[in-house]
Structure formats: C-alpha cells, structure tokens
Design a protein around this ligand. Structure first.
Ligand code: DOR
Length: 431
C-alpha cells in the first residue's frame, strides 16, 4: 500500500469550493482524506507549509509533435515538461505527421504516452481529414479509440458548410469541437497583429477581424446545431464580447486563453524575437487587459498553453520566415499566477481556470481533490522567484519568450496517480 501525507498546506479545491489549511492523504493512487491533523502512520510525509495544494493542472491545448516531429518534442519530453509545469493531464492536438485523423494514430499516441509520459495524455483528433477542411473524419471511430475532442487546430475550416456538418456530427459523439478562429484570406501573409506596431516595424499584419469573423460564424453555427463549441486561444477583446453574448444566450460555448496572450502584446515584437511569433498573434495592450478580466470573471473558462515546440534552427531565422508558436508548459503557472499577485483573481478562481474548468470542458476525470478521485495533485509556491532557462528545461525545444528571465510562481511538486513525478530542484523523479 502506498500512502503519502501532504501536510499543512493551503488546500485549494474549486470542485468543492474549498480554500483552507489542512492535510491531504493520498492512498493507492486516490485521494483518501482531506482534513486537519491527519495521522501520519505508515505515510511518506511531504511538508507543504506555505504552499498551495491543488488538483493537478489540466491543459486542453498542447502540441506534443509525436508521431512525426520528434526532433521538436515527443510524448516523453512533452510529458516531462507537463509535470514540471504542474500539469497532470494534457490534451494534444492533431497536427502530427501523420495527422491524428485515423484511430490507429489515436491509439498509437495513447499507447506511447502510457509508456513514456509521466502526465496523462488525451488526444484531440482532427475534425477533417489531413486538416484540409474538406472531408470529415470518422468521429465515432476516433472517439472509440480515445479522442476526447476534435479540432483542425493550426489550420482553419474555412467552408462554413463543412463546419456545420462537423458540429452536427459532434453532437452524436457528444464531444466538443475546438476551433482555431482565423480567416486565412484575411490573415494573408500576416505575421503579427495588424496595427500601429506592425506598421512601424514594417511587418505584414493580421487583423483582429480575421479571428472575430470566425468566432462569430462558429457561434452562429453552434446555435444552429446545438453542438459544444470550444474556442481556442482567444486573442481579442471583440472575441470576448462575442463569447459573453453566446453564453448569455445559453449556448454551449466555452473558451480558453494562453499565458502569452495574457502577458504579452504586439509591442513585445519590437526586438523581432521570433519567440513572440504565435498564431493567433499577440494583440494590443487593451486586448490583453480585457482577456485578463474575462479570465478572472469566467467569460474565458480556462487557461490553455498552446505549447508549440519548434527547433532552434527553425526559429532562428528572420521574423517572417519563422514558424508560429512558443513553448508554454513549464512557465504557464508562473505567468498566469501574475493575475493573483496583481490582485486580479483569487487563488481558488485561478486554480479553477487551470484545472477544474478545463477538465469539465473535455470531460476529463481530473480537477478535483474530492475523496475517491484519482490522486493528481500539485504543490505550488505563488511567491517564489526562480530563473527559467529553456536550455535546462524538459521540453526538447527552447522557443520560450521567458527563457533567461527571473519569473515568479513555482511548481514545487507534482503527483500523478498518487506518485511523486516531479520535485523542484530534483527534476522529474520518475515517469
Ligand atoms: O502558434 C501556433 N503554433 N498556433 C497554432 O495554432 C499552431 C501551433 C503549432 O502547431 O506550432
């Protein structure tokens, strides 16, 4: 029998609205008790004084690159980066090689992840074959193979009639459709937000309308079909308005925001650092402020990293030539907990947005410390300053905008299924 007592922490469990000091007992992979002064008999004791004790974080949006682009990341390195960032469950997008548009690929990911990844991995399958936006995938077969959601993320379903059918079929398998909202025509060759800064830098711009048109379209299609629509990486204040209206009218619409869209703006690009080049692009300071407020108030349901590893030789080129994407798993808690330190969000609400809410959106059994639940737990220090150096991190790639910087908020320990998988200073201690 394995027993771990996490003693004397601030326990935060949004699933039962609990925020208070106490002990947490993990027994044989499950949460066995939560309370004051629990007996430590036959327990491995982990002291958590001054730390937050929370359900393991859940990321609905990562690119783990396996199969096919293992030089950027694989399920082992991505899983290690996940637990180092406090994430015990991660969903991985379908833009692998081959595309995850066939049950054999979904099963491959699940089998490899069970062997290689210390974090639980949940595949998101493609909505259309080869992410081409034309022919729907076999959603029922993919769902049976283990897909938790469907998305052409990284690509866009431009034809509204295809999107309508995708949404209609998703209701039969009761899975959310995750939309990457960017009109490819309007985006054109744009590499950053279209506005004053892109004009000053002489870089081709991608207007905010390219996102908002698709958010509006897909909300209308969600109304038509009754489907569960989840909007990925929201970047603009206008999208937030559309999502608020959709929720007020009772539609099943949810949305995520990335740490980089909360913390950075188009002004971050003035040094032409390609580690600020993402899709959708970083927007204006006002957009970032509206995103932060929307996350705090729950108009945006959750944080998702859009962890998008790319090799150094791919990113170390001129701005227009570099691929879109930044890594995010290992820094997400630090960056997002800035909202807590700035007094914009409570500790409990922050954990809800990083764990309980995303778990519910994809129907993943996580995001809770209730007795009997699987013991996926994270210990966090929201005040600890540390230096993040991507070259010493767990991801195979280094394309982080925060590498080399001192950041605040550190993951101290991560447990998956009741077993310690990460400890700060000691690294990933098992897989
Ligand atoms: O910045 C991004 N990178 N956005 C996406 O939607 C795709 C991702 C990738 O796969 O690199």
């Amino acid at each position: 029998m394995s027993r771990v007592l996490i003693r004397g922490g601030r326990i935060l469990d949004p699933s039962i609205e609990f925020d208070g000091e106490g002990d947490l007992l993990l027994e044989d992979g499950a949460i066995a008790a939560l309370g004051a002064d629990l007996p430590a008999d036959e327990c491995e004791v982990v002291e958590a004084g001054g730390l937050w004790v929370a359900p393991g974080l859940v990321d609905l949006h990562t690119h783990l690159r396996e199969p096919g682009q293992e030089y950027k990341e694989d399920l082992a390195s991505g899983g290690r980066a996940a637990v180092a960032g406090g994430f015990t469950s991660v969903a991985c997008m379908a833009n692998t090689e081959p595309t995850n548009d066939d049950p054999s690929v979904t099963k491959y990911i699940l089998e490899r992840a069970a062997e290689d990844s210390p974090a639980r991995v949940y595949p998101v399958a493609a909505a259309t074959r080869r992410l081409e936006g034309r022919v729907m995938t076999e959603m029922a077969a993919l769902r049976d193979a283990g897909a938790v959601a469907f998305s052409d993320d990284g690509h866009v379903i431009m034809d509204a009639s295809v999107m309508r059918r995708v949404l209609e079929y998703s209701t039969l398998v009761d899975a959310p459709i995750v939309v990457h909202a960017e009109d490819t025509g309007l985006r054109g060759e744009g590499v950053m937000n279209e506005g004053v800064v892109s004009t000053r830098l002489g870089l081709p711009g991608n207007p905010i309308a390219s996102e908002e048109i698709h958010v509006a379209r897909d909300i209308r299609l969600a109304r038509l079909t009754g489907a569960r629509l989840h909007i990925a990486h929201v970047s603009s204040a206008g999208s937030v308005d559309l999502i608020r209206q959709a929720k007020e009218s009772g539609l099943s619409v949810t949305a995520e925001v990335t740490p980089h869209h909360l913390a950075l703006t188009d002004e971050s690009i003035t040094g032409f650092d390609t580690n600020n080049k993402v899709a959708p692009p970083l927007r204006t300071r006002r957009d970032a402020q509206v995103l932060r407020e929307a996350l705090a108030h729950g108009v945006l349901d959750c944080v998702a990293t859009d962890h998008a590893p790319h090799a150094e030789h791919e990113k170390d080129v001129e701005f227009t030539a570099a691929p879109f994407g930044v890594t995010g798993l290992e820094t997400a808690f630090s960056i997002v907990s800035d909202l807590y330190r700035a007094g914009e969000i409570s500790a409990l609400e922050l954990i809800r947005r990083l764990s309980t809410a995303p778990a519910r959106i994809f129907g993943i059994s996580a995001g809770t410390l209730s007795v009997g639940a699987q013991a996926d737990v994270v210990l966090l220090d929201p005040k600890k300053e540390w230096k993040y150096d991507a070259s010493e991190g767990f991801s195979k790639s280094r394309n982080s905008p925060w590498s080399g910087q001192n950041i605040t908020g550190r993951v101290e320990a991560t447990f998956v299924n009741g077993r310690l998988v990460f400890r700060a200073g000691r690294g990933v201690v098992m897989q």
